[in-house]
Design a protein around this ligand. Structure first.
Ligand SMILES: Cc1cc2nc3c(=O)[nH]c(=O)nc-3n(C[C@H](O)[C@H](O)[C@H](O)COP(=O)(O)O)c2cc1C
Length: 359
């Protein structure tokens, strides 16, 4: 699967229950240093098992760099890195060839790939594919940091419980990092959100939520109008994360019930620089960054695989039937989607920087 970028080409390969998953990245700036231990630490952030409700699939997810980085420096050639899959239990998935799981990709994959469809562990549609995305993201984050750009991401809601959002006022990068250091996936109400997930899990159900991502230190002038817009490019990247169903910028859908006088971002001068008083447009006007932080809110659906009986169709008998899904599934994937979303945003911004010849 290839990225929708113009300068940085990212290919994610493998599948959930294949021997390995991995990533190839072309177009990275030769000679820049990369701390591979920091990339590993970032990949580790997405691992299952850090929440009380998480799926029991626990794997070391050791990143093996095959080419493109030598002595901690980008060689200018394609970077290739893989992660071995060590915890496959494919027998859990054979029945979905005949009775596809509602809201999962089983039926769509069978239509697309026919007999050779790989549904084991969710195949190439699995949330596990965000692990190689995080390898590329971990590299992108380090390269962006060399240009003073930092990206923070956190859970802003789960199951209707709303934590602190950038819509409530300014959020600093340090605030996001401090919450993470304390083991909180949200800036506020982590415990209430956790309770919501535990209740859903107890009922054999699942819950969705939202993740917010803020890009700090990005210069004005990235992106362009119409199809070349910064929003277009970031959205195309973020939708690569499975279970993402909406992407909005700044106030997003909040604009719909508002008046211009209430939500227009007035210009001002701060420390000699042109800024806006509010940032309802999420740092982007006309598809071009305006120098304010880029703010993105991502909507994630409830985990499709739930153990409550659901209606489906037996495809071989062409009969409506019921399915009860067993096996290893998170009652909420929102916190685990955070590093994937951060990676997707980082890669899109890196690509926009490369396009402007700023790397
Ligand atoms: C980190 C992560 C973990 C996921 N884990 C599961 C899971 O355990 N069970 C499940 O049914 N879906 C899981 N998903 C969601 C499915 O991969 C996704 O819903 C499915 O591929 C269909 O794609 P769509 O929701 O984008 O349409 C996960 C997604 C992510 C990002």
């Amino acid at each position: 699967m290839y990225s929708p970028f113009s300068e940085i080409k990212v290919e994610i390969f493998g599948a959930s229950h294949a021997p390995e998953i991995g990533v190839g990245i072309e177009g990275l700036p030769k000679g820049k240093t990369i701390d591979v231990s920091k990339v590993q630490a970032f990949v580790d952030e997405r691992k299952s098992g850090f929440n009380p409700w998480s799926t029991p699939r626990k794997e070391p997810d050791e990143v093996i760099f095959l080419e493109g980085i030598e002595n901690g420096t980008l060689t200018g050639k394609r970077v290739v890195a893989v992660i071995k899959n060590t915890c496959q239990k494919s027998s859990d998935y054979s029945e979905y060839r005949y009775t596809p799981r509602p809201s999962h990709a089983d039926y769509a994959a069978l239509i697309k790939d026919g007999e050779k469809a790989d549904l084991a562990g969710g195949g190439r549609f699995s949330g596990r594919m965000t692990a190689p995305m995080c390898i590329a993201g971990g590299i992108a984050l380090q390269l962006l940091e060399k240009h003073g750009i930092k990206i923070g991401a956190y859970v802003s809601s789960i199951g209707g419980i709303k934590g602190k959002s950038y819509s409530d006022g300014e959020i600093t990068y340090e605030e996001i990092e401090n919450a993470k250091a304390k083991g909180n996936f949200a800036l506020t109400k982590t415990e209430e959100m956790t309770e919501k997930v535990i209740t859903a899990r107890r009922n054999g159900d699942s819950v969705g939520g939202s993740v917010e991502c803020i890009v700090y230190g990005v210069c004005a002038g990235l992106g362009d109008a119409l199809f070349a817009g910064t929003e277009n490019r970031i959205s195309a990247s973020v939708f690569a994360v499975p279970a993402v169903k909406s992407v909005e910028f700044g106030l997003g859908t909040g604009f719909m019930a508002e008046t211009g006088s209430a939500v227009n971002d007035a210009f001002c001068i701060k420390e000699g620089k042109i800024k806006t008083v509010t940032n309802n447009n999420g740092g982007i006007n006309g598809g071009i960054t305006n120098g304010m932080p880029i703010t993105v809110r991502v909507g994630i659906k409830p985990t499709p695989s739930i153990s409550i009986p659901q209606k489906t169709v037996n495809l071989s008998e062409m009969k409506e039937t019921e399915i009860i899904i067993r096996g290893r599934h998170d009652a909420c994937i929102v916190p685990r989607a955070v590093p994937g979303i951060k990676s997707a945003v980082a890669l899109a911004v890196l690509d926009l920087m490369a396009e402007q010849r700023l790397l």
